[in-house]
Design a protein around this ligand. Structure first.
Ligand code: ADP
Ligand code: MG
Length: 616
């Protein structure tokens, strides 16, 4: 039998390797920036067009390459950074695998210009899909410029697989920030489609963080510092009161390389134990330096995961160091044994209930408004004439399919399917609701009782309101006396820009802001001023988790996110009136059965079910 195994030609091998190294335009950004850093550059420019799909260019003032190296650098396993296998354990550079440029050249059009300081002239090379197109001598400044165009031009499947520009741009910002944060002593600039997105002069670490993440970051940071034999730790963590809902600003650098580590993240969270609200995420920028022979970087093609020799010790040191810093800067609570009882809150105060947030139902929202309803409405004896939630409620009786569609609620008998409440029961349900465990609202209905989950129900009500506002585009907004100035990072600003139209449709009014902040002069009626920043932060965090592609799902994400932020939470005491509004608001919804997150909002129990339970 003839032999069938062949060595793959280089360009095929390179394309295969590219699959691992280059997943998206952001991967090119990462590799080129890292090469520029390794070349000792002090000034690095990143130029991107169409979220990197059209162009990723990195220009550096580093040491450049000789004519021979300029040609060689595109070969696979061609590197100047290691020679022996042992060198892997004394790495001082970002690169060492010698495959980034070979991979990139295999799947894009690359134009490289490079010149060393000692050379009179430089070299210019064009290579497309691993084929050298031209090589010329040229007059060039010192340093290197790589322009990568038409990424994946020869792999249509990969090109089609790329996400929207917003998503790909977000990934590029992430990679840029990671390199820029690791090297505050390098001047970085970043242009996207001709606009300058970041301009980061050489600075201290603190200044670098603040310049990237906007001025409001400064007051949030607590310095961290520790030196031991196995690790030195430097950097900043955020004060617990500034913890965010998303994990956006969490960075570990090991020997100046950004890495991901669930284990070390856990150590940081352990240091915050007991001082963060549930689910809140601190920001952190932690720089660990360890002897290079105690880590293995070569366990992942993109080199963002590494193996430590002594993970357990690192965990303990990191946790203790951060705990100490938080304590030293007085941000962690101190146990107070000598408390003066006279200073305690007086009983009469202590036992008073906190003010409960009001649930606001959009008063103009009446999906069933017609004359019949209005007639019915006026003949109906309202417990409180000022509220008009009843109109929603009464409308329900006309629109029976709200309930007939509840096929999964098989326990409902025909008799009650058409209408959940009858006329007398309107009064009953209205007057007899009861809140249990600050979580459920129980109301009697004709067939038995309904138990409503307050948080999920309110999410449903708000979600439908927001969605209606956004799609029908007639939300009212409340004018703010003093416009709000909110600062965001430039990545967040881009997202907000994308969302502006949808946000305006929910009732936000934006004034002309700047590149790093938005000015809001009007807000939706169902938000209070103090909730605005929380709502927007939650929204940005939800969007970063999964940015929707179409405008429909963008509206949906906004409505869901705002409903989640603004819904009354489990644990909130509701007045009778609020309970009623909520229950009735829920049953006026198009889809009252489930929360926007597809969780059941209520259950019903028939009298027969209760009878059965008592029969035993
Ligand atoms: P690696 O970085 O792992 O060595 P690359 O494929 O990224 O592999 O680069 C190959 C070689 O090309 C590098 O080792 C370096 O010698 C050279 N090189 C790449 N980029 C630059 C640059 N911006 N300036 C100078 N030399 C560079
Ligand atoms: Mg490299």
């Amino acid at each position: 039998m003839s032999s069938i195994i062949q060595l793959l030609p280089d360009h095929v091998a390179n394309q295969i390797a590219a699959g691992e190294v280059v997943q998206r335009p952001a991967s090119v950004v990462k590799e080129l920036l890292e090469n520029a850093v390794d070349a000792g550059a002090t000034d690095i420019k990143l130029i991107v067009k169409d979220a990197g799909k059209a162009l990723v260019q990195v220009i550096d003032n580093g040491k450049g390459m000789s004519v021979t190296d300029a040609r060689l650098c595109f070969e696979r396993h061609a590197t100047s950074k290691i020679r022996l296998a042992e060198d892997l354990f004394s790495l001082g550079t970002k690169g060492f695998r010698g495959e980034a440029l070979a991979s990139i050249a295999a799947i894009a059009h690359v134009e490289m210009k490079t010149k060393q300081a000692q050379d009179e002239l430089g070299t210019q090379i064009v290579i497309e899909g691993s084929k050298f197109v031209s090589q010329e001598v040229a007059v060039l400044p010192q340093g290197t410029s790589f322009a990568v165009k038409n990424l994946f031009f020869n792999i249509p499947a990969r090109r089609n697989f790329l996400k929207s520009d917003t998503v790909e741009y977000r990934h590029i910002i992430d990679e840029f920030q990671r390199v820029a944060l690791a090297h505050p002593n390098i001047y970085f600039t970043f242009y996207h489609n001709g606009s300058e997105m970041f301009n980061l002069p050489m600075s201290s670490l603190r200044q670098r963080i603040v310049t990237i993440f906007s001025g409001k970051m400064n007051e949030k940071l607590v310095p961290v510092q520790e030196g031991t034999e196995i690790v030195t730790i430097e950097g900043f963590v955020s004060k617990p009161e500034f913890a965010k809902k998303n994990r956006g600003e969490q960075f570990f650098f090991v020997n100046d390389r950004f890495i991901k580590s669930g284990y070390l993240h856990h150590a940081v969270m352990a240091a915050y134990d007991g001082i963060l609200k549930d689910g809140a995420q601190p920001s952190y920028f932690l720089y660990l330096n360890v002897p290079p022979n105690t880590i293995d970087i070569n366990i992942h093609p993109t080199k963002t995961e590494i193996k430590f020799d002594d993970e357990h010790a690192l965990y303990a040191i990191l946790r203790a160091t951060i705990k100490h810093s938080l304590g030293q800067f007085n941000v962690a609570p101190i146990l107070d044994f000598d408390r003066d009882a006279n200073l305690d809150t007086p009983y009469s105060y202590k036992d008073l209930e906190g003010e409960t947030p009001t649930i606001q139902v959009d008063r103009s929202f009446n999906p069933f408004s017609d004359d019949k309803v209005n007639k019915h409405y006026s003949s109906y004896k309202k417990p409180e004439p000022t509220a008009n939630w009843e109109s929603l409620y009464v409308g329900l009786k006309q629109d029976t399919d709200v309930f007939t569609s509840n096929a999964d609620f098989s326990f409902e008998t025909d008799e009650v399917t058409g209408s959940l409440f009858n006329d007398e029961e309107v009064e009953q349900a209205v007057h007899n609701s009861y809140q249990i465990h600050k979580k459920y609202i129980v109301s009697p209905i004709k067939s038995g009782m309904v138990i409503v989950d307050q948080q999920r129900a309110h999410q449903r009500v708000l979600y439908e309101q927001f969605l209606t506002n956004m799609t029908v585009q007639q939300a009212s907004s409340q004018q703010l006396l003093f416009p709000l100035d909110l600062f965001f990072s430039s990545g967040e600003m881009e997202l907000i820009e994308d969302l502006k139209l949808s946000l305006v449709n929910t009732g936000f009014v934006f004034e002309d802001g700047n590149t790093d902040h938005v000015v809001i002069s009007g807000i939706p009626v169902n938000i209070t001023e103090s909730e605005v920043s929380m709502v927007l932060e939650q929204l940005l965090s939800d969007l970063q988790d999964g940015i929707p592609e179409s405008s429909f799902s963008q509206n949906d994400t906004i409505a869901k996110s705002m409903a989640k932020s603004l819904a009354v939470k489990t644990g909130t005491t509701l007045s009778i009136k609020e309970q009623e509004n909520l229950v009735n608001g829920l049953f006026a919804c198009k889809d009252p059965n489930v929360s926007p997150f597809q969780k059941p909002t209520f259950i019903t129990m028939r009298v027969e079910d209760l009878d059965k339970k008592f029969a035993i």
